[in-house]
Ligand binder design. Sequence first.
Ligand code: CDP
Ligand code: MG
Length: 139
Amino acid sequence: MEKTFVMLKSDGLKRGLLGEVLSRIEKKGYKVLALKIQNLTKDQLDKHYYEHLERPYFPSLVEYLTSGPVVHMVIGGDNVISGIRKLNGATDPEKAEMGSVRGDLAINMTKNLIHASDSLENAEREINLYFSDDEIVQY
Ligand code: CDP
Ligand code: MG
């Protein structure tokens, strides 16, 4: 089964949106294979978002993502990597379609509520940043 890494960003838990987001993922038929609530460190974010280290928005992204706990998930299903990206909607919530998680629920470009891996390579890399093999189930 294809697997992807999803993170509910720090405003999600504060706003009580974990159930809503999990519900959308489950209703689509994807499987929750691992789940973890954690406070992120700057070091973890440097690794996770290494492609964005030099971007002007990186400091505010770090501030946002260390402002409260996040929820890490491994989600499985057919073509789940592209499927969850579609379910999440465009990076900018103002451009994300209504019906998508970001279109319906997210605040702005930085506080865009949810992350999902964008390729098989990044899915494997990101899953390994936050989970060990024995924390991921199959069913
Ligand atoms: O998350 P996604 O893959 O859709 O977008 P990205 O282009 O890989 O950017 C990673 C994250 O950086 C976004 O989800 C935003 O939280 C943040 N970002 C930002 O704050 N301002 C931008 N102009 C672009 C991205
Ligand atoms: Mg990305």
